[in-house]
Design a protein around this ligand. Structure first.
Ligand code: HMG
Ligand code: MG
Length: 311
């Protein structure tokens, strides 16, 4: 370790020069908390994340408030948000009602979220695998017409707690349909964290074989089995340059019980710093923010790097 508290830099071959960190702590993290975090704490959390240098902050979700009460304050949150210069604040939107609410709140970037499996489409969206697209189609058409950007998530890309194994070709087929609808980026979700690096190669290769360019792919790893960082390195070696992560490792999915927190942003930043890959984040400030949030939530951060830096 260096005297400034950062890792020694030792670049490795075959990796990108820069990575965009797509921070999901305020959405994926807080949607899974047992209690509803006060809106003013969320506003401060987002302000601190922006001050730490994160340039993409997924802020909240315009889903049905009784499905995810933790984010029922989405409109109020965006009303109070002090938008930092140069920071993108995407939000989740499942359907036209959600889009109406997001447009009223002045968003510029939304994310729709599809399932790669039948069972999770039903559990998470109350739709069949096929009918989820009928729900998304007018959302994307109207959002693009209003000048918004639309990201697409695919969940259960590396296994499903009800259906077991999920074929990479099935993931790629769902992803391809999202790109055909008009999504500019596709985030591949390991919702329950069961993937391993070779599996990441297989899913990314299937997406590229289905016609999705690797520059349009992002990865979204939950760290349930401790594989998120290894999986991220595998994805970087395959040319992916956008990585989803959540500050302090907050996270999960209320409709997939075996899902735990996302890859912790601090753990990602430590690895990127060690590899000499640019990302723009100040690790000390970020870890301070996660420690501050952990105090508000009343339990320590699961991030190994936050624990190492903050004791
Ligand atoms: P539904 O019950 O089928 O909805 O839920 P509906 O279309 O039948 O509408 C029923 C009523 O709800 C109507 O009101 C609608 O207006 C209202 P009524 O006419 O009866 O008075 N309604 C809404 N109200 C406010 N906002 C809305 C909205 N939509 C309908 N957006 C629905 C379908 C999609 C809404 C529901 O299933 C839902 O909200 N699901 C969201 C679940 C969720 O948020 N899961 C977590 C996010 S996904 C995730 O975490 C994975 C990810 O991180 C990637 C990974 O890890 O893999 C992204
Ligand atoms: Mg997630």
């Amino acid at each position: 370790m260096r005297p400034d508290g950062l890792p020694m830099t030792a670049p490795a071959a075959g990796l990108p020069e820069r990575v965009t960190i797509y921070e999901v702590g305020a959405r994926d993290g807080l949607q899974n908390e047992a209690t509803v975090v006060p809106v003013q704490v969320k506003v401060e959390f987002l302000a601190r994340l922006a001050a730490a240098g994160l340039s993409v902050l997924e802020a909240t979700s315009f889903v049905h408030p009784s499905w995810v009460p933790q984010l029922a304050d989405a409109s109020e949150l965006l009303g109070r948000l002090v938008r930092a210069e140069g920071v993108d604040y995407p939000v989740l939107v499942p359907n036209e009602r959600g889009l109406d609410r997001a447009l009223d709140a002045g968003v510029e970037h939304i994310a729709i979220f599809a399932s790669a499996t039948e069972t999770f489409a039903e559990r998470n969206l109350n739709r069949s695998l096929d009918s989820q697209f009928a729900m998304f189609s007018p959302v994307v058409r109207r959002a693009l017409g209003a000048g918004l950007r639309v990201r697409g998530y695919v969940s259960m890309c590396f296994g499903d707690p009800w259906e077991g194994a999920v074929a990479p070709e099935q993931v790629a087929a769902v992803g391809r349909r999202l790109v055909e609808l008009g999504c500019w980026q596709l985030s591949l979700g390991d919702t329950i964290g069961t993937g391993t690096p070779g599996h990441v190669d297989a899913v990314l290769d299937a997406c590229v074989a289905a016609g999705v360019s690797s520059s349009a792919l992002a990865v979204h790893f939950h760290d349930t089995y401790g594989q998120a960082l290894a999986n991220t390195l595998a994805a970087l070696r395959r040319g992916v340059t956008t990585v989803d992560a959540s500050a302090g490792g907050l996270g999960g999915c209320p409709y997939a019980e075996s899902a735990t927190g996302n890859l912790a942003t601090e753990d990602l930043v430590w690895m990127l710093d060690g590899l000499g890959i640019g990302h723009g984040v100040n690790l000390e400030e970020l870890a301070g923010t996660s420690a501050w949030m952990a105090e508000r939530l009343g339990r320590p951060s699961p991030s190994r790097v936050v624990r190492a830096l903050r004791g």
